[in-house]
Design a binder for this molecule. Structure first.
Ligand code: PLP
Ligand code: COI
Length: 353
């Protein structure tokens, strides 16, 4: 799908941009342009437009403000050693966006519209990819209709913005401390846990604040029902490496089906490692850590890539996992190699823009 292009008359000057790219803090710097496309129930999707990044004009009764009918994606573009610009498994983001859209009673974004929008924005903003880092892309969609009745909106806007990114966790190299939340949960069976919708994140912020005040980097959520099964972090999936070499991760259902998670499972299996997607309670983890059965815990996601967990803090004490381990280090190196094209990953994972 062709994208109409109107370039900004006022882009950030090159010298200023180079300064901003020195060590960008995640989610704080934005590029010059954005993509927008509008959908109406009667007319379908309009042609996407690339134009200068600018504020939206919305009425106070806009449905997105009131009922949170909204969703988003997260992906990154990398510059390879050969100068090419690459996306990691972008079709998976397009597919997940549409699974989220179905759950949120929103229109599906044709994969061609999604992928052409992302590719066009990345091409125009290629100067914004930091030498040591990536260009984080945030495709999102929101109900864009003046209407206070509770029903799916008849008008939605799809948008893509871009933000240069360095390491998500500044303390990543020395291992994260994670707060195990036992007062609130993130998702319940039949809820929206598997959709990438803003409400899941809004509901996680109280626990994330508690995690920060406990001196932790992130929050780990347990299941809303059942036996305090381990689910995922506020913005990452979690893996456990057992002393006998097996790797475990929580099954899909109420968690976000991470594209990094799926890739990690595939990479480990290709190395002959047994990966089990099985329920695991926090109590069982505690017993296993105390018995010396767990050699590594790590988390993964687009923003974080792979980060080791050194310590889990909970309301009754702490679980020491130890120094970052070899599995996480190896996976991070492999994924980063695939992102930049230095390592040939499985077919179709690294897509040149
Ligand atoms: N879980 C949550 C709640 C997330 O926000 C993310 C990040 O997008 C992930 C897991 C990891 O997903 P992905 O690997 O597709 O980035
Ligand atoms: C991502 O990794 O894309 C996310 O959306 C997670 C968030 C922590 C930024």
């Amino acid at each position: 799908m062709t994208v109409n292009i109107t370039l900004s008359a006022n882009p950030v000057a090159e010298a200023e941009r180079e300064k901003l790219l020195q060590s960008p803090i995640f989610g704080t710097i934005f590029t010059d342009h954005m993509i927008t496309a509008t959908w109406t129930r009667d007319g379908g999707w309009q042609q996407p437009e690339l134009g200068p990044r600018k504020p939206f004009q919305m009425n106070p009764e806009n449905a997105a403000f009131h009922y949170g009918q909204q969703l988003f994606e997260g992906m990154k573009a990398y510059r390879g050693a050969d100068g090419s610009i690459r996306l990691f498994r972008p079709a998976e983001n397009a597919a997940r966006m549409n699974r989220s859209a179905r759950r949120m009673a929103m229109p599906e974004v044709p994969p061609e519209l999604f992928l052409d929008s992302v590719r066009t924005l990345v091409s125009v903003e290629r100067g914004w990819i930091p030498a040591e880092g990536s260009l984080y892309l945030r495709p999102f969609m929101f109900a864009d209709e003046s209407f206070l009745g509770v029903r799916p909106a008849n008008r939605c806007t799809f948008c893509v913005i871009a933000s240069p990114a360095a390491d998500y966790f500044r303390a990543g190299a020395k291992g994260l401390t994670v707060w195990v939340e036992n007062e609130t949960s993130r998702a319940a069976p039949g809820g929206t846990g598997a959709a990438k919708c803003g409400g899941n994140y809004a509901g996680s912020l109280m626990a994330q604040s508690r995690a920060s005040s406990e001196g932790c980097d992130q929050v780990l959520f347990l299941s809303a029902c059942g036996n305090r099964q381990i689910e995922e972090l506020g913005g990452m999936n979690i893996f456990f490496v057992r002393k006998d070499g097996r790797v475990q991760t929580p099954p899909l259902g109420t968690i976000l089906p991470g594209i990094t998670r799926a890739s990690v499972i595939e990479l480990l299996k290709a190395d002959g490692i047994t990966v089990e997607e099985v329920p695991y309670t926090f109590d069982a983890l505690q017993a296993d850590v105390e018995a010396g059965e767990i050699s590594e815990v790590f988390v993964c996601g687009t923003a974080a890539i792979i980060a080791s967990v050194s310590r889990l803090k909970h309301s009754d004490g702490e679980l020491e996992i130890g120094q970052p381990g070899e599995t996480a280090r190896r996976l991070r190196t492999t994924l980063q190699g695939i992102y930049t094209g230095d390592i040939a990953g499985p077919d179709g994972w690294s897509v040149i823009v």
